[in-house]
Design a protein around this ligand. Structure first.
Ligand code: MV4
Length: 480
């Protein structure tokens, strides 16, 4: 593999190219017209413009991207996350053109793209699942009977949904009919597939996911968990590894279950198996993400493994260079997603010009970044600016470092979620580890953030005043 085309933009395109370069592999960037001066374009050895700003006219043009790959003689395509990364047809077309798709086979992507197909695939693999049904349902009377059996509240989910889209909680039987009709029509309009199913609603879960890796020689391993419960409207805010709530035996059990999920769909490459963990520490399989995830760096920091390097090695047909027993967790890592969004204004995208953009650095600090000072933030794509990742011997150390690193960002021109990240890091429920997926809803209002920002501004003003007084003393001295 001499040349990889990265079919993505922003921080993940750069992150992938960094490892390719380290391995002596040439890199090709693709870009849309608004991205012509973007950092990922400058970073690549070669770059090709593939269309206009809207993703549908550029980063989502699978056939065009394949044409470009052939023209520049790239041997492989890395899709990053988002865009074409979980498009089974794209993966298949890439391979048909004798280009290596750095990711799983199309079949695995297809199975895991449908929640019902996923349940069906894993059912003989002894995977704990949320009580519910395993097939699409449209008959209301039947749904009522099932709901009565599993007990309210229940959750209606769209089979083609993901990331919380198309979910409806039903508290009581009298609401079931209308909610089901809404769920079905929503699923038809959003996904073109009206299949819905029913599960028991787990009311206060934690979201724990397991990183898995499989080679083409039949070896599958897991790289422990990431805790992703701190999220806002299904958008993850802070992720960490390891989770504070897993005992080593539960970790091993969940890890082994995740590996079985991977085996159930003949998985190859890097994947993530999502679980819900209830208050009694029962875990349930939710879905599998068949891509490298945004939050993969926390796993890299606690295992010392470069996941992109592993993806590339597996794609080249190499064996995994270690066994499960050789892996261990060392230290603790946190990741904050820094978005150009205004936490005081319902997290509305705050796109604009990056007048000042300075990122922190230092021991235990990693910033996976896709922007630079002086750039405009395009309105066409995800407004994530960078990922601030910190690593410490202990969780406390990683949290302290995160708080400090947040202060060492300097961004002007747009609002960001940095202050919101600080709020989370300082919150007792977060520092104590006693939280679930409802953390943000439960504790966050713009007012608490405002109050915190004002008191910090006051402290900063007092420090400045103190310093000013000290400076005055010094300059007066020589006069005497
Ligand atoms: C659930 C659930 C409770 N009970 N399933 C949301 C995203 C999708 N991956 C599955 N999700 C959930 N499924 C049952 N049976 C609660 C959620 C959920 C959630 C899951 C993970 C992280 C954040 C979440 C926020 C709200 C709801």
């Amino acid at each position: 593999m001499k040349k990889i085309l990265v079919a993505n933009r922003g921080e993940i395109a750069i992150r992938v190219m960094r490892t390719a370069r380290k391995m002596g592999i040439k890199t090709v960037a693709i870009y849309s017209t608004v991205d012509r001066n973007a950092p990922h374009v400058k970073f690549a050895d070669e770059a090709v413009c593939i269309g206009e700003a809207p993703s549908s006219e550029s980063y989502l043009l699978g056939s065009k991207i394949i044409e470009v790959a052939k023209k520049v003689k790239a041997n492989a395509i890395h899709p990053g996350y988002g865009f074409l990364s979980e498009n089974a047809d794209f993966a298949e077309e890439v391979e048909k053109n004798n280009i290596i798709f750095i990711g799983p086979k199309s079949k695995a992507i297809k199975i895991m793209g449908s929640k019902l197909a996923a349940k069906d695939a894993v059912k003989s693999y002894d995977i704990p699942m949320v009580p519910g049904i395993e097939e699409a349902i449209s008959d209301v009377a039947k749904a009522k009977a099932i709901a009565r059996e599993i007990g309210f509240p229940i959750l209606i989910k769209a089979s083609a949904g993901g990331g919380g889209k198309g979910m409806r909680i039903v508290e009581k039987e009298s609401d079931l009919e209308s909610q089901m009709q809404r769920a079905i029509s929503e699923a038809i309009s959003a996904f073109g597939d009206g299949s819905v199913f029913i599960e028991k609603y787990i009311s206060s879960p934690r979201h724990i996911e397991i990183q898995v890796m499989a080679d083409t020689h039949g070896n599958s391993i897991h790289l422990f968990e990431r805790e992703c419960s701190i999220q806002r409207r299904h958008q993850k805010v802070i992720e960490e590894a390891p989770s504070v709530v897993l005992s080593s035996s539960l970790r091993a059990e969940m890890g082994e279950a995740a590996v079985r999920v991977a085996k159930a769909c003949d998985y190859i490459g890097a994947g993530t198996v999502e679980f819900l963990l209830d208050e009694n520490h029962n875990f349930y399989f939710l879905e599998m993400n068949t891509r490298l995830q945004v939050e993969h760096p926390v796993t890299e920091l606690i295992t010392g493994i470069d996941l992109v390097e592993l993806q590339i090695k597996v794609a080249r047909g190499e064996k995994l260079p270690f066994t499960q027993d050789e892996l261990e967790i060392k230290g603790h890592a946190l990741e904050l997603r820094v978005y150009a969004e205004d936490p005081l204004n319902d997290f509305l995208p705050s796109v604009g010009h990056l007048d000042i953009y300075k990122i922190p650095s230092g021991n235990g600090i990693r910033v996976d970044n896709g922007f630079e000072e002086g750039m405009d933030i395009p309105i066409y794509y995800d407004p994530m600016l960078s990922k601030l990742i910190t690593y410490g011997k202990t969780r406390e150390e990683a949290i302290q470092l995160m708080s400090k690193a947040i202060d060492n960002y300097s961004i002007e021109g747009v609002q960001t979620t940095l202050s919101f990240g600080k709020f989370v890091c300082q919150h007792e429920a977060f520092t104590s580890g006693n939280f679930d997926t409802h953390f943000v809803k439960k504790y966050y209002t713009p007012d608490v953030l405002k109050a915190e920002m004002e008191s910090e501004a006051k402290i900063a003003a007092l420090i400045a005043l103190q310093q000013y007084k000290e400076d005055q003393k010094i300059v007066r001295l020589p006069i005497h």
